[in-house]
Design a protein around this ligand. Structure first.
Ligand SMILES: Cc1cc2nc3c(=O)[nH]c(=O)nc-3n(C[C@H](O)[C@H](O)[C@H](O)COP(=O)(O)OP(=O)(O)OC[C@H]3O[C@@H](n4cnc5c(N)ncnc54)[C@H](O)[C@@H]3O)c2cc1C
Length: 577
């Protein structure tokens, strides 16, 4: 078992671990060094971002100042609640701003939903949320609470289901509206419906408790806010979204524009005058222990610091301090170290970082430093993220079904032993094993690694792609249903775009992206003593390969037919719905 952790300059850290049996979560904890790729190569854990406390605070203060406007006025009455979900930020949070503008007092609430924090994945019963992501979110909540306090508010934390908590809070504070960001996938949509239904049972006096008039029901006001391009600005209705990414991208680039980030007033207060104590106090942010998670020390890889302040720090570090943006397109296919790619995804997934903020920072960088293919390519990738989000709205639950949006019926294996060898990084292919161990140890895997690991599971092992997708759901810090299942359906050849059906040859990928075996030797130290060119091809000096590759090294031809003959026998077939 590979464990680790480290502490950051900002706060102590906890990290996850590997070889996790299906329903147990492991964590690790350690003390922190400073960051750099070379340091990572030498084997020390690296915080992301790696800014010191003072620098991180200064960066965040500067960003908040640039997005604060003293001229904003609020014209509303009564109380509005803000229900925080996957939007754990203050900057460019339209739900928060709309609540402020439409009220005299705002109450921010977060519900620690047991279905998310302690539930199981849909088909295979893995933990819904691994310990690393739980820790990351705990940090996001702590950071959000601090930022709200600085703005004259606070974060009320309640443990339970939003549909049970929010109606009673709305009643207690006589809230006329609950503002929240709209989601697109079924579990989240169900909760939205249940919250709305619960609010129908609540009646408050019009104009707030102090001005009794005809009673009304508080309403749930859902706001679009997770994507760079706003859904209302698309040049087509979401149901007519093109099935080819390039068509989508070209259309939005030529016909839509990205809205500006919202500005903040200097203060978002006050909280409702009814004392928070009267409604049970501010509540407590959960701890790992309270969520039933365990902790073990670890020493390798990257560890991500949760929260909006860290997110703003990472944008500053990657774009401005390290000046990496100008090289992004060249480095983005790397696998080792914090700086081959932006590493924005964990903060984007928790909503601690707005994609529109990244877009504005790219534009600012292009004006002040340089505009090139690399600066554009970050936006290109964010458009992929948008695309998967819109696809999830278009295709609904089809992105979770075995046959995917294209309803492709194929035979798949659910061989447990093979799956576990992949999950635990014991396939006998160093490139797969290293990536899977990194995922378990850090909650992160590069995009290159994800594509290779997905292709191997699905094509070389013939395993039901949903097992891989659900394992990623457990482990990823940046887990996002639309991006995760969208990418897996593409990798499995069941995605909406038939042209995105790709096989990744392990030997070829190893030669192209880890030619000296630095990456595999980092995660599999037993390979370090081998000659560099042998680390990815260790033969008998490494563990036995669990499956042969689908194609010989010399034959990289894409198999459009998705040859099933070499798949294990215990397959099953599902009918197209
Ligand atoms: C099988 C598989 C599963 C994935 N699951 C997720 C997931 O659950 N959540 C998630 O955010 N990303 C997922 N991705 C996409 C991608 O791997 C990660 O977004 C990326 O590796 C994050 O690292 P980064 O922030 O340094 O990315 P960068 O290369 O710096 O890209 C910048 C941003 O663009 C977006 N982006 C880049 N590539 C993609 C992509 N293929 N799909 C969607 N958005 C993209 C991300 O928001 C990312 O933060 C998955 C990819 C694959 C192949």
């Amino acid at each position: 078992m590979l464990h680790y952790i480290s502490s950051s300059p900002l706060r102590p850290r906890f990290l996850l671990l590997t070889s996790p049996p299906s329903n147990r979560r492991f964590l690790a904890m350690s003390a922190a060094p400073s960051s750099s790729s070379s340091r990572l190569v030498r084997g020390a854990a690296v915080p992301v971002p790696s800014l010191g406390t003072d620098e991180a605070c200064a960066v965040a203060d500067d960003a908040f100042q640039r997005y604060t406007s003293p001229s904003l006025r609020r014209g509303g009455a009564g109380v509005a609640v803000v229900w925080f979900r996957n939007d754990l930020r203050v900057l460019d949070n339209e739900a928060l701003l709309r609540a402020w503008a439409a009220s005299e007092a705002v109450l921010p609430v977060y519900c620690v939903d047991p279905r998310i924090f302690s539930g199981s994945t849909h088909y295979f019963g893995f933990p819904k949320m691994g310990a690393l992501r739980a820790q990351f979110l705990i940090e996001c909540l702590g950071d959000l609470k601090q930022s709200l306090r600085k703005k004259g508010l606070d974060l009320l934390v309640r443990h339970g289901k939003p549909e049970e908590i929010l109606p009673s809070i709305a009643k207690a504070v006589s809230a006329h509206t609950i503002y929240a960001h709209k989601e697109t996938c079924s579990e989240e949509l169900l909760v939205e419906r249940l919250v709305s239904k619960g609010l129908e049972q609540v009646q408050i006096a019009k104009g707030g408790a102090s001005v009794p008039k005809k009673p009304l029901n508080p309403r749930l006001q859902l706001i679009w806010g997770a994507t760079m391009y706003h859904v209302d600005d698309l040049p087509f209705p979401v149901n007519n979204l093109p099935d080819v990414y390039t068509q989508f991208r070209k259309a939005v680039e030529s016909k839509s524009s990205v809205r500006n980030c919202t500005k903040l007033p200097p203060s978002l207060g006050p909280l409702p005058s009814s004392s928070i104590d009267e409604i049970g106090g501010g509540g407590t942010i959960p701890t790992l222990e309270s969520l039933g998670l365990s902790v073990t020390k670890s020493e390798k890889g990257m560890y991500f610091i949760g929260g909006e302040n860290a997110a703003l720090g990472r944008v500053h570090e990657y774009f401005w301090k390290k000046d990496q943006l100008k090289d992004y397109k060249v480095t983005r296919n790397g696998m080792l170290g914090p700086d081959y790619s932006t590493k924005f995804s964990p903060w984007l997934a928790s909503g601690s970082l707005s994609p529109r903020y990244i877009c504005e920072e790219v534009k600012r960088y292009e004006k002040q430093r340089v505009a090139n293919d690399s600066t554009y390519w970050v936006l290109f990738e964010l458009i992929w993220r948008d695309y998967f989000r819109f696809l999830s709205a278009k295709y609904g639950n089809a992105i979770f079904h075995l046959e995917g949006p294209r309803k492709v019926v194929s035979k798949w294996s659910q061989d447990q032993a093979l799956f576990e060898s992949w999950r635990d990084g014991r396939t006998g292919y160093p490139l797969i094993d290293a990536n899977m161990r990194e995922l378990s140890a850090t909650g992160f895997m590069s995009n290159r690694g994800r594509q290779i690991a997905c292709s191997f599971l699905v094509r070389d092992m013939g395993i039901d792609w949903r097992m891989g997708a659900e394992w990623f759901e457990t482990c990823l810090l940046d887990y996002d249903p639309a991006s995760n299942y969208g990418n897996w359906t593409y990798g499995a050849g069941v995605g909406n775009d038939p042209r995105e059906d790709r096989y990744f040859s392990i030997p070829k990928q190893a030669k192209s992206y880890d030619p000296e075996g630095e990456y595999v030797a980092y995660w599999l130290p037993e390979l370090r003593s081998l000659a560099k060119e042998r680390r990815n091809f260790p033969g008998a000096s490494y563990i036995r390969q669990t499956v042969p590759l689908k194609f010989d090294v010399g034959n990289q031809k894409k198999d459009q037919q998705f040859n099933r003959q070499r798949r294990p026998n215990n397959t099953y077939r599902r009918q197209v719905k």
